[in-house]
Design a protein around this ligand. Structure first.
Ligand code: SF4
Length: 275
């Protein structure tokens, strides 16, 4: 049997996973471990922290030191790990509800402080595990159990939110654009500071079925048809950016002192021992 090098990063005794058939979460989980492998990180120097929700189950399948934390609180747990053990590489797995609703304040303040974390948001546009409620990233007009006539709440663009709040690497990709997704995640690992990658995933059960979008393959076809690479997006006239088209790629990257470096300076100033 063909052995894939990234398989060592999975807890084989925890598989198969519990995600629905056709769910995109497994694609993003695999992209993360492939990016970790490309980056040369190991199981001994990498920690995976997740919140609560369908996507956050990923930490249970990944063979690293992992924390499956409380709803919306992955970033505070990850912050504690990074400040106590700055040499560790800390990856946060979160969902659109976990990150931008319950954990919204933690998210913007993580960005603001530029803590050296790598946050991967699995965006399935809805609360999947808890029963299909609308999240802050459910598109206008789309149905959820809490919005049976279509959501009237304007959704967050989490990438724009991250940029405005101070993140130093911000990108988006999808579960369809697998190699692109691996590249965006790997590049986010190269950034020292708060890195954020939004990965659109198809959720055929809670989102697709309710919104009559169709089977998983149709949801992925929608990603293929509507995602526009950032360079091409920037050249489009405004009327072509309307409808369901959306940009993917690297949106923002800058260098700024990370919170970890600033924190080590404080320890030094106070006469403590830096790590
Ligand atoms: Fe995936 Fe949606 Fe099923 Fe959750 S509810 S496992 S996101 S398909």
């Amino acid at each position: 049997m063909l052995e894939r090098s990234y398989e060592k990063f999975f807890r084989q005794n925890r598989l198969p996973h519990l995600w629905c058939p056709g769910c995109g979460n497994g694609i993003v989980m695999k992209a993360i471990v492939q990016a970790i492998e490309k980056k040369g990180w190991t199981q001994d120097n990498t920690v995976i922290v997740s919140g609560i929700g369908c996507s956050s189950r990923a930490s249970g399948y990944m063979d690293f030191d992992t924390l499956h934390t409380a709803h919306g609180r992955a970033i505070p747990f990850a912050t504690g790990i990074k400040l106590a053990k700055p040499k560790l590489n800390v990856v946060v797995i979160t969902g659109d509800g976990d990150c931008t609703a319950i954990g919204g304040n933690h998210f913007i303040h993580g960005c603001r402080r530029n803590i050296d974390l790598n946050v991967i948001l699995f965006n399935n546009n809805i609360y999947g595990m808890t029963g299909g409620q609308a999240s802050p990233m459910t598109p206008l007009g789309k149905k959820a159990t809490t919005a049976p006539y279509g959501s009237i709440d304007r959704p967050f663009d989490a990438c724009n939110l991250a940029i405005a709040a101070g993140a130093t690497y911000v990108a988006r990709s999808t579960a369809f654009h697998v190699q692109h997704l691996v590249t965006m995640i790997k590049d986010s690992f190269d950034n020292e500071g708060f890195s954020f990658v939004e990965a659109l995933v198809q959720c055929p059960t809670a989102y697709g079925r309710r919104n009559r979008i169709g089977e998983p393959a149709k949801m992925m076809q929608w990603m293929k048809d509507n995602a526009v690479m950032k360079n091409a997006w920037d050249k489009l006239p405004d009327d072509k950016k309307a409808g369901e088209k959306f940009p993917i790629g690297l949106f923002y990257k800058t260098e700024n002192e990370s919170y970890n470096i600033a924190y080590q300076k404080v320890i030094q100033a106070a006469g403590g021992v830096t790590k």
